[in-house]
Design a protein around this ligand. Structure first.
Ligand code: ATP
Length: 265
């Protein structure tokens, strides 16, 4: 695997607060990479800056070798970096199929003249969008709701629809902002399975999430931020046992962990 997304030395301050203080990391193509850290560590600022929703003070972002630093969000999306948001954004009154058709249309090569004249380009765009929609809906396990209004779906299922919408234009990577926040715990597994299925089909994800168990179950690589800096990165197993991560998250110092072990012995 090679890096599809490379961020180097990201810097962003808010009136003296260093939200990002030189953060660098890579996301490998075909991976699920997690970005975690305690409250205020800079996760949201990082993904907002990467996806063009905030301006960086410094640093670079490259996508598939192309410099996309500080481009407007819509051009970053067009370059192949899509994102989802903490709060779900779907059209409740429209069917799942229509939600996905609208998502595809934003990037459609066919214009209104093609549509008016029903050109071959228009017919091909509609056909490939429907094929993509059916494939994605199957991968997220919602095929029985394809024609149903999305309003009837659970919050977790709507999050999956928003994810499928982000995937419609065949992006190089999707950045997910807290995909299981607010989701009923009994539904979290559905999202986990859907992401695994999509990843097996070749999709790449960068996930920001507070639910560390979800991240460590799912991710090949985990990056940990603390106070605007990268504290560490590694596999889920490495992160789980890293004393610096335990301290940052739980306030457990290596000495306390050792004392606990001695006490239990
Ligand atoms: N618009 C803003 N104005 C001023 N300070 C901000 C702003 N946005 C973020 N910050 C500060 O920047 C730092 C990083 O915030 P950020 O929201 O990126 O962290 P986070 O890891 O996403 O936190 P959380 O997990 O609580 O969402 C924090 O100290 C925060 O208070």
């Amino acid at each position: 695997m090679s890096a599809i997304l490379r961020v180097s030395d990201l810097r962003k301050s808010y009136s003296g607060i260093h939200a990002l203080d030189g953060v660098s990391f890579d996301v490998e193509g075909g991976s699920i990479t997690g970005l975690i850290g305690p409250n205020g560590s800079g996760k949201s600022t990082a993904i907002d800056c990467i996806s063009g929703f905030q301006k960086l003070d410094g640093g670079t972002v490259t996508l598939g070798g192309t410099d996309i630093t500080s481009r407007p969000a819509h051009l970053i999306a067009r370059a192949g970096l899509m994102r989802t948001f903490q709060t779900v954004r779907v059209y409740d009154r429209l069917s799942l199929a229509d939600n996905l058709a609208i998502a595809a249309q934003q990037f459609d090569p066919a214009g209104w003249i093609d549509e008016f004249l029903r050109t071959r380009r228009y017919r091909q765009a509609v056909e490939s969008s429907e094929q993509r929609a059916r494939q994605l809906v199957e991968l997220i396990g919602l095929q029985r709701y394809y024609e149903a209004e999305t309003g009837i779906l659970s919050y977790g299922q709507k999050k999956l629809v928003a994810l499928a919408a982000a995937l419609m234009p065949h992006p190089k990577i999707v950045v997910l902002d807290e995909p299981v926040a607010g989701v009923n715990p009994s539904r979290i597994r559905e999202i986990e399975v859907a992401l695994q299925q999509l990843n097996r089909a070749g999709e790449t994800f960068l996930i920001v999430e507070h639910n560390v168990e979800f991240i460590t179950t799912l991710c090949h690589q985990v990056i940990v931020l603390e106070q605007g800096r990268k504290l560490t990165e590694g596999t889920a197993a490495e992160i789980h046992t890293d004393p610096r991560v335990l301290e940052a998250y739980l306030g457990i110092t290596p000495e306390m962990a050792a004392a606990e072990v001695r006490g239990a012995a």
